[in-house]
Design a protein around this ligand. Structure first.
Ligand code: MGD
Ligand code: MGD
Ligand code: SF4
Length: 763
């Protein structure tokens, strides 16, 4: 019987790393030791043999920079940014560099496993792929026979998720496929954009960084949010003299570089933006010609915002009225090369689609969309899909990144005519399935039972709020299969674990990125898969073949799939390699590229300042400020964000990244800390409004945060013994998020509605 905790200590792992030589003949573990040892020493690996260069797309975060990978004697040694790639432009962030360490993490899942102990015990036996896949197929077919196709939920994230949450789920016939990157991240942003100007923001936010003159960041904490391209763009724009306005309750890294820092009271951003609209309209500062030609509803908007003066907003936001007006003027002076940047993680307070709509309305008044220096139009890539029979279920599970393939806005219905089980579709018209809303039907069977779960590359107990409820669901399900690379917490709750090869060890479908210059990027393996791991496309196909979906898997190899798609652009895998791993196409970024036709895909072809669609569905047609609950006495609002060297909850165990940032801190205003008798560097426990408690976490007492909120980096506080470096370090924000507030328009889960108190007891 194997336990998921692997018997390789960090000590022996590093010690083994000093041994070199004979690499090609070594066992996988020995090669890992050697590779990491070499990375930490000054050994000239590049003189050891011929360097093999392969093209890949970084998978350490969903931004997906194009990379060039260098391999010597079968060992991956170095990753560089691909200079031909429009996202990386030859550079990488620290996490991207950490990819080698992620691959050679000795804590990785190594072999298919079937559960032997109780769910949650982490007791498994290692089995062959044949055994594991036969077992999964039989269990899924049993659930289908008993309850129907829709009784299977498929959750997916990371770059191979489309093989499961899109392709497998739609071929199988379940509408209950979901991605955390949608309802726990950006669904309000895209829903609001579609309602306002007719298309989603898209994976690559279309900000015309090359010539922008003034920009506002609402929360978006560039620098801690360490997306490579964004950091380059920000630095270049600032060096050019662009004005920077940062709205954040916390003096974030980017606030430190801003011309204006607006330390707003959390949850009041809509009031600020209504006041900006008031200033732009009442002082006639908006782009009148643009608004006349490209928008509808100015009269209604002017009447709506007339009472929302800077003085009114000052009382709500805690910001000086003069500063509110002054920042509106800065944007107006620079329009149309000015924009409020759409953030990315926008599921905050449960009214997030309306907040996002208010940012788009400010932009519309500034004449931003389709103008140089504002927001350009992302163009989709021209590339054929692989020819497949029609799916029985259509629709999207949503995505945070530029996913391969396109998403459908059709209402997804199961073959038995059953709608999605998340209830969100009934509350509005579009929007991908809300992952957090599929947990209840797993427990209650209402509106109908969900009995099985395929979890591909999704961190069930670290990404979905209220993990206790998720555990209840995992206990209640008939069958759970987890496809992952690491022994994350949810792995212990699976019946079958299928270990995937990492992105450096596998081919992937082509990456098609809507962009100013749309482009296609490729992924090919830089080394053979370690241990007994397999690529996701292979796992999806093997499962599909076993459950009667042969028609959807008529291809034998992924190379065949890729080559077939590339025919439509006159290329091939070999040709793409020869071209440097990227094919760049021509975009249509500005209004003048449309020859007078409207680029806005709304019914009227204009930007909806007033939304008929929302009014008809019973929602406010124009954004209204809604107060969010105040922290109870003695509690702080819990805010969270990113560390520049970690991604979500998946890299805390990665050796080189763990070395740099091993645990998170809780930021507390220094005066509030003093009142509580807590000092910088003390350890405290956190307890939320429902009694959920964190592990010990170190206090960062600082002037850099308001006194009504505390802040921590997401992703720490692991409690899986298999994650030998991350286990027990820091605190988990997810555990303290026992509540969320549903955005009625998009189904997004606002998670900043939890409050914590600091407790010195029990540390
Ligand atoms: P947010 O949650 O909007 O995330 O990154 P962002 O989109 O930047 O930003 C957190 C900031 O919002 C914090 O500075 C916080 O103080 C502030 N904030 C909290 N409440 C409020 C409020 O009420 N009003 C205002 N104005 N500000 C508030 C997320 C993004 O990061 C995403 S979605 C992904 S997919 C990537 N993930 C990622 C990662 O995991 N690691 C690193 N290093 N970078 C990443 N980049 C991306
Ligand atoms: P990760 O922690 O990155 O987050 O949600 P997730 O994508 O679930 O988990 C990725 C999972 O994929 C891990 O289990 C990892 O081990 C596994 N994995 C990594 N590489 C591979 C691979 O190549 N193949 C396979 N099969 N598995 C792999 C992110 C989501 O979380 C997002 S997008 C946002 S913006 C939200 N952020 C957020 C937050 O800031 N705070 C809280 N509390 N919750 C959040 N939830 C959301
Ligand atoms: Fe990789 Fe960093 Fe790019 Fe994310 S931003 S894809 S981690 S290099």
């Amino acid at each position: 019987m194997a336990r998921i905790k692997l018997d390789i200590s960090r000590r022996s792992f590093l010690k083994g790393g000093l041994a070199t030589g004979g690499l090609a003949l070594m066992s996988p573990t020995a090669s890992i030791d050697s590779a990491v040892g070499m990375l930490s020493a000054d050994d000239p690996w590049y003189r050891e043999g011929d360097i093999k260069t392969t093209y890949n797309v970084c998978d350490v975060c969903p931004w997906r920079c194009g990379v060039v990978v260098h391999t010597v004697n079968g060992i991956v040694r170095k990753i560089d940014g691909n200079p031909a790639d429009p996202k990386s432009r030859g550079m990488l962030c620290a996490r991207g560099q950490g990819g080698v360490s992620f691959m050679y993490d000795p804590d990785r899942l190594q072999s298919p496993m079937i559960r032997t102990g109780e769910r949650g015990s982490g007791q498994f036996k290692e089995v062959t792929w044949e055994e594991a896949l036969d077992y999964v197929a039989a269990a899924l077919l049993q659930v289908k026979d008993k309850y129907g196709e829709e009784a299977l939920a498929v959750f997916g994230h990371t770059s191979g998720d489309h093989w499961f949450a899109d392709h497998f789920a739609q071929a199988w016939g379940t509408p209950n496929a979901a991605k955390p990157s949608s309802s726990l991240c950006l669904s309000p942003r895209d829903e609001a954009a579609t309602l306002t100007y007719g298309s989603a923001v898209g994976g690559h936010e279309p900000v015309d960084w090359d010539s922008i003159q003034a920009f506002t960041l609402i929360g978006s904490h560039i620098g801690e949010d360490a997306r490579n391209t964004l950091m380059q763009d920000f630095a270049n724009a600032q060096a050019r003299g662009a004005k920077v306005i940062v709205v954040d309750p916390r003096f974030s890294s980017v606030a430190a570089k801003a011309d204006y820092w607006l330390p707003i009271k959390p949850g009041t951003d809509t009031a600020l933006m209504l006041a900006w609209m008031n200033v732009l309209i009442t002082e006639s500062l908006y782009d009148a010609a643009y608004v006349e030609e490209w928008t509808e509803g100015l009269e209604e908007l002017a009447a709506h915002v007339a009472e929302f003066t800077p003085d009114w907003a000052a009382g709500i936001t805690d910001l000086p009225a003069a500063q509110i007006r002054e920042t509106a003027l800065v944007m107006a002076e620079n329009m149309p090369a000015a924009a409020v940047i759409p953030g990315r993680h926008v599921t905050w307070y449960g009214n997030d689609s309306q907040r996002m709509r208010s940012t788009y309305l400010v932009n519309a008044l500034l004449g931003t969309y389709g103008r140089e220096g504002g927001m350009y139009f992302n163009k989709s890539v021209y590339l054929d899909h692989y020819p497949l029979p029609p799916y029985t279920v259509t629709g999207s599970s949503g995505g945070c990144s530029a996913e391969p393939g396109e998403e459908s806005a059709e209402l997804p219905l199961g073959p038995t005519g059953k709608a999605r089980a998340d209830g969100v579709r009934e509350s509005f018209m579009r929007g991908p399935t809300a992952m957090q809303e599929l947990i209840d039907p797993m427990i209650s069977g209402d509106p109908y039972p969900i009995r099985a779960l395929v979890a591909y590359g999704v961190n069930l107990l670290n990404s979905i709020p209220n993990p206790e409820r998720t555990i209840e669901a995992l206990k209640a399900l008939d069958f759970v299969v987890a496809i992952d690379v690491l022994p994350q917490e949810h792995i212990a709750w699976a019946d079958v674990v299928l270990p995937e090869a990492t992105y450096l060890e596998r081919y992937e479908d082509l990456w098609t990125v809507p962009h100013k210059t749309p482009y296609i990027a490729m992924r090919e393996p830089a080394a053979d898969p370690l241990y007994d791991t397999k690529p996701g496309w292979w796992i999806s196909r093997e499962l599909g073949m076993r459950v009667g979906l042969e028609d959807f898997y008529k291809w034998e190899t992924i190379e065949e799939w890729i080559d077939k798609r590339l025919v439509s652009v006159g290329s091939s895998l070999d040709d793409m390699r020869a071209q440097g791993g990227v094919i760049v196409q021509k975009g249509k970024p500005y209004l003048e590229d449309f020859d007078g036709a409207s680029p806005f895909h709304t019914a009227s072809g204009k930007i909806n300042l007033y939304s008929e669609e929302l009014a008809e569905a019973g929602h406010d047609p124009m954004p209204v400020y809604e107060p969010t609950d105040e922290p109870p006495t003695g509690y702080f609002r819990l805010l969270y964000g990113r560390s520049p060297v970690h991604t979500f909850a998946k890299t805390q165990n990665t050796p080189v990244l763990n070395d740099i940032d091993p645990e998170n801190e809780i930021w507390v205003n220094v005066d509030a800390a003093e009142q509580l008798g807590v000092k910088d560097g003390d350890y405290v426990m956190l307890e939320n409004q429902d009694g959920a408690r964190s592990g010990p976490v170190q206090v960062k007492a600082t002037q850099r945060i308001r006194s009504d909120a505390v802040f921590m980096v997401h992703g720490f506080g692991h409690n899986s013994p298999g994650l030998t470096r991350a286990n027990g370090k820091g605190a988990s924000d997810t555990k303290l998020q026992t509540r969320y507030k549903l955005d009625p328009i998009s189904g997004g889960a606002g998670m900043r509605v939890n409050f914590v108190r600091l407790d010195k007891e029990g540390v």
